[in-house]
Design a protein around this ligand. Structure first.
Ligand SMILES: Nc1ncnc2c1ncn2[C@@H]1O[C@H](COP(=O)(O)OP(=O)(O)OP(=O)(O)O)[C@@H](O)[C@H]1O
Ligand SMILES: [Mg+2]
Length: 244
């Protein structure tokens, strides 16, 4: 297993938020975490990225226990966190520059068109729309060479057409690079379209309600349109949790 999460729990202000969360991700697998707002999805990613301390639990990457910050994870947080005083090119190549990668800018520039950022290399974050900033933050994460991507609602602020383009692009990227990914999303379609496996979380305190295996499905937009029954089942589960 690439990533093992065992018995993860955390409370804030004496309120239990995560309740013994267990899951595993195989090398190259794409897993989506789907759950009601406020159930603790971002908290799980913050713990994995080492930004929050867990109360109980063990996190292992390649069978080695991880504590605190590690270089295994490339994290795209829910807020874009671009540095306002750096250009978009400097922002997206931040990890490359930290690691003295002399080709970081050259490699990044090749991706600007795909990410809809062509011509904005030398702009500053406050000159971009919210959606463009989100794409820049996603590009920065995708360019980081860490072995596990943690993506928190990476397409949340994008319009539906751009979002679909980015999802198609991400699906292609997966075929090319085989990167292990944990994606947090509210969007049932996005989870179905991108993930090999979906983990549905309950309302707070979050535990895993259901797991849906899609690893043998050949994904396409047409396939997605045909999933009415499965979408309804997931929707009812999430709705039940929202009303819990
Ligand atoms: N650092 C923190 N200190 C105190 N409470 C926190 C902290 N981080 C998160 N929480 C609380 O924990 C709960 C889960 O928050 P989290 O951001 O993980 O939810 P989420 O599932 O990502 O929600 P959304 O879908 O709206 O992004 C919320 O009640 C939130 O207020
Ligand atoms: Mg969140």
């Amino acid at each position: 297993m690439k990533l093992c999460v065992e018995n993860l729990s955390i409370s804030f202000d004496k309120q239990l938020i995560l309740n013994h969360i267990d899951f595993q991700i195989r090398q190259g697998e794409f897993v989506a975490l789907l759950g009601p707002s406020g159930c603790g999805k971002s908290t799980i990613l913050n713990i994995l990225a080492g930004l929050l301390s867990k109360e109980t639990g063990i996190i292992k990457v390649d069978n080695q226990e991880i504590k605190g910050l590690s270089d295994h994870f490339a994290y795209m947080p829910q807020s874009d966190l671009l540095l306002p005083w750096k250009t978009i090119l400097d922002n997206v190549t931040l990890y490359g520059q930290i690691n003295h990668d002399s080709k970081a800018k050259e490699n990044a520039l090749k991706e600007f068109k795909t990410f809809g950022l062509d011509g904005y290399q030398n702009s500053y974050p406050d000159q971009l729309s919210g959606g463009m900033r989100q794409r820049a933050a996603f590009l920065r994460t995708a360019l980081c060479k860490a072995d596990i991507l943690l993506l928190d609602e990476p397409f949340g602020a994008l319009d539906v057409i751009t979002r679909n383009d980015m999802q198609d692009w991400l699906l292609d990227l997966r075929k090319q690079y085989n990167r292990t990914t944990l994606l947090v999303t509210h969007d049932i379609d996005e989870a179905l379209f991108l993930a090999d496996r979906i983990l549905i979380l309950s309302h707070r305190p979050a535990s895993i309600l259901k797991e849906i295996d899609l690893s043998n499905v050949s994904k396409s937009r047409d396939w997605l349109f045909e999933q009415g029954t499965l979408k309804k089942e997931i929707f009812e589960l999430l709705k039940g949790e929202n009303n819990a």
